[in-house]
Design a protein around this ligand. Structure first.
Ligand code: HEC
Ligand code: HEC
Length: 262
């Protein structure tokens, strides 16, 4: 078995990546043009829905509300230290104190130890409707580029133990798929891109320690949530054939494997 560990695999794909539109003004007007811009009241309503789904304490969600409002105006003045700390606390309310993720009704992914390039690109993807998720759209759209970079650096530095919530019985089969792929279905080894330890590099995300139900959902729904803006194709296209070729049992096995990795 040979593992090609090189992000040069990405070059042909990345060459297609388009320049990102500059400024949130341009973005929101193009979203409005596409009929996608939500009304102003939407963030509040969204957060209410979130509060029911996550069954987090009401007190925490009240703080989430307040920090959203405050940071929106403060962001325009730049990412000051105080603002950054308030933002980090806001992310921690959902993603966990160390970015380890949260096992709720709607799983919230681990962001600890994540590659900064991938992290920042996903935040932009939510805003640009390349990646579909209402919660993170509302979180990300108020973040300035410098704030996105600062948050990516902050969570990259955390290294909590994985929640390890996936079924242990599937780990061995998952390891086989991860390290060697599924040759009969033409599925490349995940390790070829994500690295033998699943820690990723640059635009390729870390999967080690990621929540089991999150990985299962992401792989099962790939084309419903990623690469959603045809005018702006992105790195999600690289994973598309992989996600489509995996069967449900294979998805569960590989999710269980990465979930237990430190
Ligand atoms: C109200 C809860 C909530 C808050 C607050 C929140 N997030 Fe999230 N975040 C989520 C959920 C849920 C997802 C999964 C969305 C999806 O499936 O696309 C997510 C996904 C992400 C992802 C993509 C992870 C991946 O592996 O692709 C990043 C990066 C992220 N959040 C960063 C942040 C940052 C930075 C903050 C603070 C500014 C933050 N989030 C605040 C709930 C939240
Ligand atoms: C050819 C390179 C390549 C291969 C092979 C590959 N991936 Fe990926 N994967 C990527 C890239 C690039 C992304 C980021 C996609 C994006 O930007 O939306 C990604 C993203 C993911 C994500 C989303 C992570 C998150 O935090 O949301 C999961 C899960 C994933 N891959 C699992 C796998 C599994 C399991 C395999 C093996 C069966 C695999 N990948 C094989 C390149 C690859």
């Amino acid at each position: 078995m040979s593992i090609i560990w090189s992000s040069s695999l990405l070059w042909p794909y990345l060459a297609h990546e388009r320049a990102l539109p500059k400024g949130e003004e341009a973005m929101s007007s193009s979203l409005r043009w596409m009929g996608l811009a939500p009304p102003d009241e939407r963030p509040r309503r969204m957060m209410k829905v979130v509060s029911l789904q996550l069954t987090l304490p009401v007190a925490i969600l009240t703080i989430v509300f307040l920090t959203t409002g405050r940071a929106t105006s403060a962001d325009r003045a730049g990412a000051s230290k105080g603002t950054l700390e308030a933002k980090i606390a806001y992310c921690q309310d959902c993603h966990g104190a160390l970015g380890q993720g949260y096992r709720g009704y709607y799983p919230i992914p681990r962001i600890a130890g994540q590659q900064t390039e991938y992290f920042e690109n996903q935040l932009r993807a939510y805003v640009e409707h390349r990646r579909r998720n209402n919660i993170m759209f509302n979180v990300a759209r108020v973040l300035s580029p410098s704030m996105r970079a600062a948050l990516a650096g902050k969570f990259r530095a955390f290294n909590p133990r994985p929640l390890a919530d996936g079924p242990r019985g599937l780990v061995a089969r998952g390891e086989q798929i991860f390290q060697s792929g599924v040759p009969e279905s033409n599925i490349a080894a995940c390790a070829a891109c994500h690295g033998p330890d699943a820690t990723g590099s640059e635009q390729i995300p870390r999967l080690a320690g990621q929540l089991y139900p999150y990985v299962v959902r992401v792989l099962a729904n790939w084309s419903k949530e990623r690469g959603q803006n045809p005018a702006n194709p992105d790195t999600s296209i690289i994973m598309k054939p992989v996600a489509h070729s995996l069967t449900r049992p294979q998805i569960e096995a590989v999710a269980a494997y990465v979930n237990h990795l430190r």
